[in-house]
Ligand binder design. Structure first.
Ligand SMILES: Nc1ncnc2c1ncn2[C@@H]1O[C@H](COP(=O)(O)OP(=O)(O)OP(=O)(O)O)[C@@H](O)[C@H]1O
Ligand SMILES: [Mg+2]
Length: 238
């Protein structure tokens, strides 16, 4: 297993927002984590990344226990995180935003699918190439999302945690972002995707986790979810 999350319990003050969350991701997989608002999807990603500290449970990445590690250590270990808010630097150019995603430590090897260069990024994101010298603030929402994903790839992650990448985007852009995620996954990056757009999630993922309040209520393949009316009603439909 690339990532093994076991029995996480996370609190915000006295509210117990993750109650025994477990999930795993094999190398090369694209797995979706879905569920209604406020169930704890973002908190699950943040607990994996170390942005919030779980009170108990474990996060093991490539066999190494990284539970509660500082986020820079999770990043060094090979996990990239694309937050919901994207956090593009508005006054910096696209190139400089990408530059900030580079982290030291890895030796460049062009045959390694996990080593990303500007050229490789621009091959996957032609629209960023066209706008390489423009400031972040002049990009559209979709372009900013592409930049946020591109920037996290510059850190050469083996696993990317992506939180609601298509939120608020126009339909055409939703498709572009979807295709870019498919591409990146094909290139060898494993992905844990939190997504509200069910079509996007089901078209990308091989396996699905559904969250109910603070817990995982369903896990299975896309096919299994399609056959499980009860799970869909309970955890997805309004
Ligand atoms: N910083 C915080 N302090 C206190 N409570 C929080 C904080 N962040 C989230 N929560 C609460 O924790 C619960 C889980 O939130 P989380 O953001 O993980 O849900 P989510 O599944 O990502 O929801 P959404 O689909 O709306 O993004 C919610 O009840 C939320 O109100
Ligand atoms: Mg969220």
């Amino acid at each position: 297993m690339l990532l093994e999350v076991k029995d996480l319990n996370t609190f915000y003050g006295i509210s117990h927002v993750l109650q025994g969350v477990s999930l795993n991701i094999a190398e090369g997989e694209l797995v979706a984590l879905l569920g209604r608002n406020g169930m704890g999807k973002s908190t699950t990603l943040k607990s994996i990344m170390g942005l919030v500290s779980p009170q108990s449970g474990s996060v093991v990445f490539e066999g190494k226990d990284i539970t509660g590690c500082h986020p820079y250590k999770s990043a060094r270990a090979g996990i990239g995180y694309v937050p919901e808010e994207r956090r593009i630097f508005p006054e910096l150019s696209v190139m400089d935003n990408l530059f900030l995603g580079i982290k030291g430590g890895r030796i460049s090897d062009n045959n390694d699918p996990h080593v990303w260069t500007y050229e490789r990024i621009f091959k996957h994101f032609p629209m960023l190439k066209e706008r390489a010298d423009q400031k972040g603030k002049f990009l559209s929402g979709g372009e900013q999302q592409m930049l946020a994903i591109g920037r996290s790839l510059m850190g050469n992650p083996k696993l990317l945690l992506v939180d609601e990448p298509t939120e608020g985007l126009a339909p055409l852009m939703v498709k572009e972002v979807r295709n870019v995620l498919a591409d990146i996954n094909k290139a060898g990056v494993s992905i844990l995707l939190v997504e509200h757009n069910l079509n996007v999630a089901l078209s990308l993922a091989s396996r699905i986790y559904l969250m109910g309040k603070a817990h995982i209520g369903f896990e299975g393949t896309v096919e299994e979810l399609k056959c499980d009316d009860e799970a869909r009603q309970k955890y997805l439909e309004v």
